[in-house]
Design a protein around this ligand. Structure first.
Ligand SMILES: [Zn+2]
Ligand SMILES: [Zn+2]
Ligand SMILES: [Zn+2]
Length: 520
C-alpha cells in the first residue's frame, strides 16, 4: 500500500520531545505529557541517536504506515495484485522496496495497555459496529432502529462482603447484624464513605470468610451462563408468541452484542445489547413482530436472566457440586431510538450504549489498575491451587483453570456478537484498507474522492472484488527495534489522539448548529 508520509505524524513526534528532554527545552513546552511512560537515561540517549540517524525518515514513514502502533509485526516478502478478469498483474509490492527492508504491520491488539493506537482503532470499529446494530448504517438497514432493543447488565452473585462505594456517599457497611466480628475476629462493619480511587474498593471485608473457590468456579462457567441466558430468552419469547421454541426463527430472531467487564472484586459483568428482529432471512434485520414491544422484551430478558441455573461439578470429591446463577443486580433497559415512541425516562441513546460497550471491549483483567492487590493475588493463587486439586482428582472440567489464572478464571470472549447483529469487524477493516488504497490513488492522481458515496462498495463482501492479492510473506519478529522507538510511537499516538480531540472541539465550536438531519 502506498501512502504519503504524513507531516502530521512528524509533528506529533516532534511534540513529544519536551517529554524526553525537559531540561533543554523551555519549561512551558513540557505539558500534557503525563500519560507517557517514564524515560530512562538509556532511552533518552536512544531517542537522540534516532533523531539524528540517517534512518529517521524511513523509521517515521514506517511509524505513519502502522498508525503509531507500539508493537508492530515485522514481515518480509512480496505480493502481487492480479486483475481477476484478465489475469494481468496490476501492481507488485515487496518489503525490499521499503527503506528499512521489512514491512511493518499493525499489531492489532485490542488492549489499551498493550498498544494505545491499535486499541483506539479497535474501539472505533467496535463503536461503529455496535452503533450500526442500534441505529442502522454501514450496510445495516436503518429500519433496524425500529426493532425493540434493550441494554442488559448481568452480574455475578455475592461471594462475600467487599468494601464498596454506596449511593449518596453512604457508609460502606454500617450494620453488623448480631455479631460485630466474623469468626476470624475481623469487624463486619466499615463506617467509611470510600472515595472513587480508594484501594480498599472491591477488597473483601475478610479474606478468610470470602468464598474464593466459588467465585472462580462461577467465573469459569460464566460463558455457559451467558449461553443459558440466550436459550432461556428464546424459550420465553416462543412461549409468549405461542410458537414451539424450535420454530421461533420463523417469526422472530434475537441478535446481541456483548462485552465482559471486570468489577473491582475480580469477577466479570456482562453488558449486552439484545435486539428482537423479525423472521430469519438471508439478509437479516427483518422487521420485528408487533406483538412484543421494548418494555416486554426488557421484562422477558429480566425473567430469563433470573431463572438461569447451571449445575456444575465440584473441584474434587471433597468439594460439593454447585448450582450457579446470576446475581440479583440485573438490569434491562430500553435503548432510545428517534423512531420509537415507547421511549422511557431511563432509556439510553445509541451513542451512549455504543460508546460504553466499545470502551469496555478494550479493557481486560490487567487494565483495571487494581490488579496487583492482595485480593487479586489470592484469586490467582486459588485458581492455580484449585487446578492442581482438580487434576489430582481427575476432574477434567477444571484442568485448565490454572492456565487462566491471569484472567482470574475467565476464559470467555471480551466482546462477541451474534451473526446478524450488525456489520462484522472484518468488513470494517477490509473497508479501511480499501479506502486507504483509494485515498493514496486519488492523491497520486490529484482527483477528489467521495468516500461516503463509496461506503457500500468498501464494505462489500470479498466475492465482488475485481482484483486478487497474492502474497508470500514470512514473519520476522514483532515490536520496534529499540525502547526509544516504542516510547516515541506511544508518545506520537498520544499526541495524535489529543490533536484529533482538539479538531473535534474546533469543529463543534465552528458549527454548533450543524447537525445531521435524518430523512425518512
Ligand atoms: Zn499496535
Ligand atoms: Zn469499607
Ligand atoms: Zn472472617
Amino acid at each position: 500500500m502506498v501512502e504519503p508520509v504524513s507531516t502530521q505524524t512528524r509533528s506529533h513526534v516532534a511534540a513529544t520531545l519536551p517529554h524526553f528532554f525537559p531540561d533543554v527545552l523551555p519549561e512551558h513546552l513540557v505539558q500534557g505529557c503525563s500519560d507517557l511512560p517514564p524515560v530512562t537515561a538509556m532511552t533518552r540517549q536512544q531517542v537522540s541517536d534516532l533523531l539524528v540517524s540517517p534512518t529517521f525518515d524511513a523509521w517515521s514513514e514506517a511509524l505513519v504506515r502502522v498508525g503509531n502502533c507500539a508493537h508492530p509485526i515485522r514481515l518480509r516478502g512480496r505480493s502481487e495484485t492480479v486483475d481477476t478478469a484478465t489475469g494481468e498483474i496490476v501492481s507488485t509490492y515487496s518489503s525490499e522496496q521499503q527503506p528499512l527492508g521489512v514491512t511493518h504491520v499493525r499489531c492489532g491488539n485490542r488492549r489499551a495497555s498493550e498498544c494505545p493506537s491499535c486499541s483506539r482503532l479497535y474501539a472505533a470499529d467496535m463503536f461503529q459496529l455496535i452503533r450500526a446494530g442500534v441505529a442502522g448504517g454501514k450496510t445495516v438497514p436503518e429500519s433496524v432502529a425500529q426493532n425493540p432493543l434493550v441494554f442488559v447488565t448481568l452480574t455475578a452473585p455475592s461471594f462475600g462482603p467487599v468494601h464498596g462505594q454506596r449511593d449518596g456517599g453512604r457508609r460502606c457497611h454500617s450494620h453488623a447484624g448480631n455479631h460485630p466480628t466474623c469468626a476470624h475476629g475481623r469487624p463486619r462493619t466499615c463506617l467509611a464513605s470510600h472515595a472513587e480511587d480508594d484501594p480498599a474498593l472491591g477488597q473483601p471485608m475478610c479474606g478468610d470468610c470470602y468464598d474464593y473457590a466459588s467465585q472462580l468456579v462461577w467465573q469459569w462457567w460464566a460463558p455457559d451462563l451467558w449461553r443459558r441466558f440466550t436459550i432461556a430468552l428464546h424459550r420465553l419469547l416462543a412461549k409468549h408468541m405461542g410458537v414451539p421454541a424450535n420454530r421461533l426463527a420463523q417469526v422472530a430472531t434475537v441478535q446481541y452484542a456483548k462485552v465482559a467487564e471486570y468489577q473491582l472484586r475480580g469477577v466479570v459483568h456482562f453488558h449486552a445489547l439484545v435486539r428482537l428482529d423479525g423472521p430469519r432471512t438471508p439478509d437479516g434485520f427483518a422487521t420485528a413482530p408487533r406483538s412484543i414491544d421494548v418494555a416486554r422484551l426488557a421484562d422477558l430478558a429480566r425473567v430469563a436472566a433470573s431463572t438461569v441455573r447451571l449445575k456444575v461439578p465440584g473441584i474434587d470429591p471433597a468439594d460439593a457440586s454447585r448450582i450457579l446463577a446470576f446475581g440479583r443486580q440485573l438490569d434491562a433497559r430500553p435503548v432510545r431510538s428517534s423512531r420509537r415512541t415507547d421511549d422511557t425516562d431511563r432509556a439510553l441513546t445509541p451513542e451512549q450504549v455504543a460508546g460504553y460497550l466499545a470502551k469496555y471491549a478494550t479493557k481486560s483483567a490487567t487494565d483495571t489498575g487494581a490488579t496487583d492487590n492482595a485480593h487479586h493475588r489470592r484469586l490467582r493463587a486459588t485458581a492455580r491451587a484449585l487446578a492442581i486439586r482438580a487434576d489430582a482428582a481427575g476432574e477434567e472440567s477444571y484442568e485448565l483453570l490454572g492456565k487462566w489464572a491471569h484472567m482470574l478464571g475467565f476464559r470467555g470472549h471480551f466482546a462477541s456478537k451474534s451473526r446478524r447483529y450488525s456489520v462484522t469487524l472484518g468488513a470494517l477493516r477490509r473497508a479501511r484498507r480499501r479506502a486507504q488504497t483509494l485515498i493514496a490513488q486519488s492523491r497520486a492522481e490529484g482527483r477528489p474522492l467521495d468516500l461516503a458515496a463509496l461506503e457500500a462498495d468498501l464494505l462489500a463482501e470479498d466475492d465482488t472484488e475485481t482484483t486478487l492479492v497474492i502474497g508470500n510473506w514470512h514473519y520476522v519478529g514483532s515490536g520496534w527495534d529499540t525502547e526509544a522507538e516504542r516510547v516515541l510511537a506511544i508518545a506520537a499516538a498520544a499526541r495524535a489522539r489529543e490533536y484529533a480531540q482538539w479538531r473535534a472541539q474546533q469543529r463543534n465550536r465552528i458549527g454548533p448548529k450543524r447537525h445531521i438531519v435524518r430523512r425518512g
